[in-house]
Design a protein around this ligand. Structure first.
Ligand code: GLA
Length: 386
C-alpha cells in the first residue's frame, strides 16, 4: 500500500504542484447473498485489503483534470460538459460521482484527481465501486459538504447507474464505504439496516481465485436479470398486491403465479427467493461458529447461480467443482455479478499453497487462461489517508 500511496503523492506533486487529499476505498468480497441486493434481500459483504487510492485537490477554473496512474492515461473535461464519455471507461466512475454533487446543487469548482488501484479490474471485486466511493468521499471532504456515509453510498451507486450504465444494487458501494476490519456486514437491502458480524476465522482464509475471464456479458445480462426479477414480481403482485419485490415472494407464490407462465422467469426468481433464505440461515451458522454449514450453503449458492440464475461460466464452474469434496475447503462459489471474475473460497490456511500449486497448472492447461489468486483480509471501509 505504501508504495502505491507514495507514487500517488509524488505524481500529484509533479503534475499539479499541490498537496492533495488522499482517500483509500476498498474492493469487497461477499460471503453469501448474490443477486439479492436489487431484490431487496440481504447480502453479507466485507471490505478487503485491495483498494483504490485517489488523490484530489480543487481547482478554481471549472475544469476537471484526471489521471489514471496505472494506465498512464489522462483525461480532461470542462465542468459544463459533464456527461458520460464513450471512448474510455475509467473517467466515468469519477465524473459520475462528481455529477452527483452537481445534481444536489453543490457548487463544484473543478478538481484535479489521480487514481491508482490494486483492486483487479473485472475480477468481481468491485473495482468500480471503490473508485466511485473514493471520489465521493474526497469531494465531500474538499467541498465541506458533510454528507453522511449512507448518502455517499447512494451517490456512488447512482454514479454507476448514470455514468457506467450498470443498474447495480447497493452492495458494492455499501461494502466499500462501510467496511469494518475483521467483520462482515449483514445488510438488509430494503431498510438499509445493517449489523457487523465478527469474521475472524481461526486457521481459515478467504482465498480468491481469479478466472481471468473478463465479464464482457456482465452489463447487458445483469440488467436483463434485473428485468426478469421485476417481471416475476409484477406477475405475483397482480394477485398479491402486498408483494413489492422478490423479498416478499415465497416459493408457493412462484408455483402459483410464475411457474405456469414462464419456466425461465420462474427459475430466475426461485433462485433469489432461496438465496435470501439461505443467507439468513448462513448468518446464523456464522454466529454459531458452524462454518461447515455455512460452507455447504456457499456451494448451494454456486449451484443456484450457475443452474438457475444463469450467471456463471465454465471456468467458474470448473474451479468450484475442483473444491468439492476437498476436506481443506469449507465452502466455494462464484462471487459478484458473474460471467467471469473470481470464486470465493474458505480454505484451511495450511492447505492453500498445495491447493493452488496443483490447481494452477491444471486450470491453465484446461482453460488456456492464467489463474491468479489472492488471500483477502477484511479491512476498514473508505477513509482518508494522512
Ligand atoms: C454486482 C452488483 C451488485 C450485486 C452483485 C451480485 O457486483 O454491482 O450490486 O448485485 O453484482 O450480487
Amino acid at each position: 500500500m505504501n508504495t502505491l500511496v507514495d507514487n500517488l503523492r509524488k505524481d500529484f506533486a509533479d503534475l499539479f504542484q499541490q498537496a492533495p487529499v488522499i482517500v483509500r476505498s476498498p474492493g469487497r468480497v461477499n460471503i453469501i447473498g448474490e443477486h439479492t441486493d436489487y431484490n431487496e434481500g440481504f447480502v453479507l459483504p466485507a471490505a478487503i485489503d485491495k483498494a483504490a487510492y485517489m488523490a484530489m485537490s480543487l481547482r478554481e477554473d471549472d475544469e476537471i483534470h484526471l489521471r489514471a496512474l496505472d494506465l498512464n492515461e489522462s483525461f480532461f473535461l470542462k465542468l459544463a460538459d459533464l456527461k458520460p464519455v464513450e471512448a474510455i471507461r475509467w473517467p466515468n466512475y469519477i465524473l459520475g460521482s462528481a455529477a452527483q454533487f452537481v445534481k444536489r446543487g453543490v457548487k463544484v469548482p473543478g478538481f484535479n484527481a489521480i487514481l491508482t488501484s490494486d483492486v483487479p479490474i473485472g475480477a468481481g471485486l468491485s473495482s468500480s465501486a471503490a473508485v466511485e466511493c473514493a471520489t465521493v468521499f474526497a469531494l465531500n471532504e474538499l467541498l465541506h459538504t458533510q454528507l453522511d456515509r449512507l448518502t455517499m453510498v447512494q451517490m456512488a451507486q447512482k454514479a454507476e447507474h448514470e455514468f457506467a450504465g450498470v443498474m447495480c444494487g447497493i452492495m458494492d458501494q455499501f461494502a466499500s464505504m462501510m467496511g469494518k476490519k475483521d467483520h462482515v456486514i449483514k445488510l438488509d437491502c430494503r431498510s438499509l439496516e445493517f449489523e457487523y458480524i465478527p469474521f475472524r476465522l481461526e486457521g481459515i482464509k478467504v482465498l480468491l481465485l481469479n478466472t481471468n475471464v473478463k465479464h464482457s456479458l456482465a452489463t447487458s445480462e445483469y440488467n436483463t436479470r434485473r428485468r426478469e426479477c421485476e417481471t416475476a414480481v409484477k406477475w405475483v403482485n397482480t394477485s398479491v398486491p402486498t408483494v413489492k419485490s422478490l423479498r416478499d415472494v415465497t416459493e408457493n407464490m412462484l408455483d402459483q403465479y410464475v411457474m405456469p407462465k414462464d419456466k425461465l422467469i420462474d427459475r430466475r426468481s426461485r433462485y433469489v427467493v432461496r438465496e435470501v433464505e439461505r443467507l439468513l440461515a448462513g448468518c446464523e451458522d456464522l454466529k454459531l461458529g458452524n462454518l461447515q454449514a455455512l460452507g455447504r450453503k456457499m456451494f448451494a449458492t454456486h449451484d443456484g447461480l450457475s443452474k438457475m440464475y444463469g450467471v456463471s461460466c465454465k471456468e467458474l464452474d470448473w474451479l468450484v467443482d475442483r473444491m468439492r469434496n476437498n476436506r481443506s475447503v469449507i465452502g466455494a462459489r462464484m462471487m459478484g455479478g458473474g460471467f467471469g471474475g473470481c470464486t470465493i473460497n474458505l480454505v484451511k490456511e495450511k492447505a492453500i499453497d498445495e491447493l493452488v500449486a496443483s490447481l494452477k497448472p491444471a486450470y491453465e492447461k484446461q482453460m488456456n487462461l492464467p489463474l491468479t489468486y489472492y488471500i483477502a483480509s477484511i479491512e476498514n471501509g473508505t477513509e482518508i489517508i494522512q
